[in-house]
Write a protein that binds this ligand. Structure first.
Ligand SMILES: [Mg+2]
Length: 242
């Protein structure tokens, strides 16, 4: 008989580690707008935010990168971090509410996360550059929060590659069993997600719903690439390594 918490008795469970922006949810720029107002409130400037590539970076790495380009020292940047995240989360709430139901999951996401949740072979969590509070706000804004039970966030480390082992430890606590990153799959939309998977011995499933095309993502040798997450049955087979 299947145990609802630990999966099928005696069978290993596979970790699936999802990125959020560009992969699960399109917030129509809510995160960027919120970070811009938080930085203006705390530092009085944003650096070259219009030209800066946010994709695949953690939130603290974005703030540090922008302010370094504007000539700030790391000490001065870090002294504003706590105030920045407080402002950021307040502002993100407003930005998400302002966009209402135009904030949406990408095609197939709802069906895929529901299928994963119903399948005892998988434990689905997050590996995202978002601050923890931002990650859950973005998921909640389109009703996806109930499908994920653990994660690792930009608030845990500025370096994305540090996040999968943190997510694994939290999954082990949550599910009261061991997980192996070598069987894990990182699902994400940028080269940084692919590199993060491979740096941890995990597999990468890349999806071209963010800024990068299938062709661009292929250059980083992910184990699989999809245009979007709409082919649920094929995705489930690839995630299970069948
Ligand atoms: Mg992303």
């Amino acid at each position: 008989m299947d145990d609802p918490v630990t999966g099928r008795e005696g069978e290993p469970m596979r970790l699936l580690l999802f990125d959020i922006d560009g992969t699960l949810v399109n917030t129509l720029g809510a995160g960027k707008a919120a970070l811009e107002s938080a930085m203006l409130a705390v530092y009085g400037e944003t650096g070259p935010i219009g030209a800066f590539d946010f994709h695949g970076r953690t939130d603290p790495a974005i703030v540090r990168g922008l302010l370094r380009l504007a000539g700030w020292t790391d000490g001065d940047i870090e002294s504003g971090f706590d105030a920045t995240w407080e402002e950021y989360l307040k502002s993100l709430d407003l930005e998400l509410v302002g966009r209402g139901d135009r904030v949406h999951p990408y095609p197939g996401v709802r069906a895929l996360v529901a299928a994963i949740e119903d399948d005892g072979r998988f434990a689905a969590g997050l590996v995202t550059g978002n601050m923890e509070g931002g990650a859950w706000r973005k998921l909640r804004s389109c009703g996806l929060e109930g499908h994920f039970r653990f994660g690792a966030y930009g608030s845990d480390s500025e370096r994305r590659e540090d996040l999968p082992p943190i997510a694994r430890r939290r999954a082990e606590r949550e599910y009261a069993r061991n997980f192996d990153l070598r069987t894990a799959v990182v699902v994400g939309d940028t080269p940084e997600d692919i590199k993060c998977a491979h740096a941890n011995g995990a597999r990468a499933l890349a999806v071209a719903t963010g800024r990068h095309s299938v062709r661009e993502l292929r250059d980083y040798d992910p184990e699989a690439v999809f245009e979007d997450l709409s082919d649920t049955s094929r995705l489930m087979r690839v995630l299970a390594d069948e």
